[in-house]
Design a protein around this ligand. Sequence first.
Ligand code: ADP
Length: 418
Amino acid sequence: MDGETRPRRTKILYVEDDPSSVVLVRRVLESEGYQVIAAEDGLSAIEIAKREKPDLILMDINISGLDGYEVTTKIRNIPELSSIPIVAVTAATLKGDRERALIAGCDGYIPKPIDVDRFPYQVQAFLLGMKEEVESVEEKIEYLAEYSRKLVDRLEEKIRELEAAHAELQRIDKMKTDFVILASHELRTPLTAIYGYAQILLSNSDIPGSADEVGSPRFIIDKMAEATRRLGQVVGDIINVSLIDADKLDLATEPIFLDPLVRNVLRNITGMGPERKLTFEVEGLENLPVVMGDSQRLYQALWNVISNSIKYTPDGGRIRITGRQIEDTVHIAIQDTGVGIPPEERERIFDRFYVLEDTALHRSSKTAFKGGGLGLGLTVARGIIEAHGGKIWVESEGYDEERLPGSTFHVLLPLAEQ
Ligand code: ADP
């Protein structure tokens, strides 16, 4: 058939979940030159019909999920499929099956088991436009009423199933959250003890060496204390995210001056980790009005955002924190001259466990350039800010390690009511 286009074979979609029926119908129809596509349940039948645009659909009624009546009604209501002839092929069990099929939108009815000799002629007749009708108007009304009652019953049953599944999911989710909170608290207690004892040891002048003398007892205890503190922070982040998820983040609200809070964060961050050559600018915070909030939690939120701006800005860069009042809110902007964030990631970075860079390059430092974390920092920050009735979002021209477009995180907090 070089160069010639073969005429398109007539395409028949057979919706049937019994493989042996599919084999039989396929054999009979393919030997007549038809192309047969099979679908084994209602939802995939609708998808395949949309994709393949068959010339005729043979519909078994007793299929799983949506049944054949419902699939027919659905297909009749899809404009590009509505004129495809649909023929019910099903074991005649109850009186009125034919009428039910016609009411649902079928053009005809072929009882199973099929008569192999007659079947191709029956199919051809429907392909040529044959349509069966319910004889009397009274019957039609009666079957229509029965069909709509059945649909409502099925809808009710499905809603009940969905509600039960939803309740079960919520129960499992709560179990998970409770477990995470409990396990994290259990971890935190011994961690606090280890950290406390390490501090006691460090305050003892008999411990030889210094924190800078690699390998000396004092150096080792200092490193242990630092590692324990970091571990405590990770556990704290996990607890916070679980509390935010479970809507259980309680705020100990009090009036807060943001200027000392931000300066405190900066002092504590820059005092940790490797020495970085960064310039810090703070402007406009000292004149800000008081906000009502939980100072420990707001400290944590700002800590997470500011430590990120340090982590993602190479040496020589600048971090600028500005504050101003906009109507009844306080706006704090944390602007860096770092690597920036690609547009498609600007919302996702606030998702749980979201880290942008390759986890193989992960370095667990809070201040080293691109030192990674668990991907919880911004989730916690957003959870805390939103629990205060505020908002947090980011602006950035994009990600570029050469050009360094930078990022600006915006935080809005409502003012204390007068
Ligand atoms: P992590 O604890 O891993 O730092 P975060 O939730 O704090 O997680 O941040 C998520 C991701 O957002 C980071 O892995 C990083 O890719 C990106 N990101 C956050 N802040 C900045 C920033 N100031 N500049 C560039 N990328 C940032």
